[in-house]
Design a protein around this ligand. Structure first.
Ligand code: GDP
Length: 448
């Protein structure tokens, strides 16, 4: 999978590698080619658009890391964009928190690999999580499917619910819950019936089974080789069932990869596992970084840029720590912090990192400070003169009126910002009083 995409992207990077500097035009041209590469890989258009907007902003706004070649920085940005598109850095763990049995409901179209995935999951939960697992097939219309699950169960030494003819899916579910509880199983995997296409009866049945069994995980199994059809299927299922995650099968196949790349953004659901073969142990925990690394095949460069940018952050933090230690924290520093806040996922993301800021956070909430305000505050600071930013005391009433008019806000917004700045100065002073030993760390956390 991803071979064609890898080839296309490698071509894009090759064309810009070796250049001393990249102009905005070079970046725009590279992004255009990345866009075509993603569309050819069958990634959904809105997802491609978001990706290109993200990457272009980063590539043109990114501060130059001097020790890194511009082309390498672009590679890293594309890598970061792919990781983001695939759901972020950390794999989303499966949930096993329930009074036993924790129910796993497996949904999906017939032939998607649902039954095989149920067995793969059972094996994993048994071997890795050391759980006692039972499986039950709810496919009342296809006795062969029930037999298939029983055979797989014998193969991997996992119990399956004895087959009783003539029961409905909900009746089997109740019997399975009862049996799992009485026999002390930790996990019950319910393999629901699949259909060739989506239909209302199937959806109603799965929804009822979910209502009766209250699963901790409701996983949709989708065939990654079916491209955007898989994405549409996932969306349709999610409208009827509160899915908790996705399993994409046939990741070992030679698909273009568009389903995997679009799934997360279109459905909002995390991909939890990849099916990577027909064998029962061919199930991989989904890791966005690994997949992005495989797509780009530029692992060394990504690691190199990451290291350089950490070093830059560290150097900046140390510089800021020295400033802070002298009690200097002017409005330019606040502007830098606001910018970093935005990049770190807004106020919530950064404030939580700061010691002693909980109180300020509450105050900010009280005064109506939210993420929209970050942009407003940035506008205010940029409407000030350099001297005003360095020495906020200069801001008398008439200067405040000028700044307010420039930023399109009220004078009271300026006052609020100045108050916030004073509070931060106080927080800084409090920190420095302790000898400033954590200062570099704090400065880094503040994004300074
Ligand atoms: P179900 O109808 O959704 O239950 O699908 P099955 O579990 O019966 O799988 C259909 C076929 O796909 C079987 O031949 C499986 O061996 C195969 N299969 C399932 N998952 C994978 C996978 O991740 N990779 C490959 N190559 N084949 C798979």
């Amino acid at each position: 999978m991803f071979e064609a995409l890898n080839e296309r992207l490698t071509g894009v990077f090759d064309r810009i590698t070796g250049r001393g500097a990249l102009s905005e035009k070079d970046v725009a041209e590279a992004m255009r080619e990345v866009r075509v590469a993603l569309l050819e890989a069958d990634v959904a258009l809105p997802v491609v658009k978001d990706f290109i907007a993200f990457a272009t902003e980063r590539a043109t706004g990114e501060e130059v890391i001097r020790s890194v070649k511009p082309a390498d920085q672009v590679i890293k940005i594309v890598y970061d964009g792919l990781v983001e598109m695939l759901g972020g850095e950390e794999p989303v763990p499966i949930n096993l928190n329930a009074n036993p049995p924790a129910v796993f409901l497996m949904a999906g179209l017939q032939g998607s690999g649902k039954t095989t995935t149920s067995a793969k999951l059972a094996l994993r939960l048994t071997k890795v999580e050391k759980k006692k697992v039972m499986m039950a097939s709810l496919d009342t219309r296809r006795p062969a499917a029930m037999e298939q699950l029983a055979t797989l169960g014998r193969q991997i030494d996992v119990a399956t619910l004895p087959i009783v003819q003539g029961e409905s899916a909900v009746q089997i579910t109740r019997r399975a819950l009862q049996a799992a509880k009485l026999q002390g199983f930790d996990v019950l995997i319910l393999d629901t019936a699949g259909r060739i296409t989506l239909d209302e009866a199937l959806m109603a049945e799965v929804a009822e089974v979910a209502a009766v069994s209250r699963p901790v995980e409701t996983l949709l199994v989708a065939d990654s080789l079916t491209g955007q059809d898989a994405v549409r299927t996932a969306k349709a299922f999610h409208e009827r069932l509160p899915l908790t995650g996705l399993v994409l099968t046939r990741a070992d196949g030679d698909g273009r990869g568009g389903a995997m790349l679009s799934m997360r953004a279109v459905t909002g659901l995390p991909i939890k596992f990849l099916g990577a073969g027909e064998k029962v142990d061919a199930l991989d925990v989904f890791d966005a970084r690994r997949v992005a690394g495989r797509i780009l095949g530029q692992g060394d460069i990504v690691a190199l840029v990451e290291k350089a940018s950490q070093e830059l952050d560290q150097a900046k933090a140390e510089k800021m720590a020295r400033k802070l230690a002298k009690g200097q924290f002017d409005l330019d520093d606040l502007a830098a912090q606001l910018d970093q806040m935005k990049r770190m996922g807004g106020l919530q993301g950064i404030m939580g990192l700061l010691p002693g800021v909980a109180k300020m956070k509450a105050q900010m909430a009280e005064t109506g400070v939210d993420d929209r305000m970050i942009s407003r505050q940035q506008a205010i600071i940029s409407s000030m003169t350099k001297a005003e930013r360095k020495k906020p005391d200069l801001l008398n009433a008439s200067r405040k009126r000028r700044v307010a008019a420039g930023a399109g806000v009220e004078v009271q917004d300026i006052n609020r910002l100045l108050k916030q700045h004073r509070q931060m100065q106080d927080a800084v002073k409090m920190m420095t009083r302790g000898g400033g030993k954590n200062l570099a760390r704090m400065a880094q956390a503040m994004g300074l």
